[in-house]
Design a binder for this molecule. Structure first.
Ligand SMILES: [Zn+2]
Length: 139
């Protein structure tokens, strides 16, 4: 089934799981990490929220910018002018669809945990290595 949202076709039978997803752009060496989680309290309780990693702490420094409902990411109206957020919302939803779009130079990396300390890994180098930089230095 296909639903239309803001002129974009999305598959509503697709489930976007909770977790952290890092999108790496190898062309310019940048990456962005988004988190999808279910709010446990507050006025958004039980809503599933997509947020962007905006600080150094990859467990806590996230700022929400949209809702996730099944296979659809709805960017909150005040963030719809942000090209990065609207692009990430579409890209992440697409990666869990039946026909994930491959974009040259763009890698979609699903969250992993450090093999030494179990911390969440969000940089492309750490995700690929399976270990964080601090722990890699101690081996
Ligand atoms: Zn570690």
């Amino acid at each position: 089934m296909v639903a239309r949202s803001k002129g974009i076709e999305m598959d509503t039978e697709v489930i976007i799981p909770n977790g952290c997803f890092t999108v790496e752009n190898t062309a310019n060496g940048t990456h962005r990490t988004v988190k999808v989680h279910t709010a446990r309290k507050g006025n958004l309780k039980d809503k599933r929220i997509i947020s962007l990693l905006i600080g150094c702490n990859n467990d806590s420094d996230y700022a929400g910018f949209g809702f996730v409902e099944n296979g659809v990411v709805k960017v909150w109206s005040k963030h719809q002018d942000c090209k990065v957020k609207t692009w990430l919302a579409q890209f992440v939803a697409n990666q869990f669809g039946q026909n994930p779009k491959a974009i040259e130079g763009v890698n979609f990396l699903v969250e992993k945990r450090c093999i030494r300390c179990n911390r969440r890994l969000t940089t492309p180098e750490s995700i690929k290595a399976g270990i964080g930089p601090e722990c890699a230095g101690k081996f």
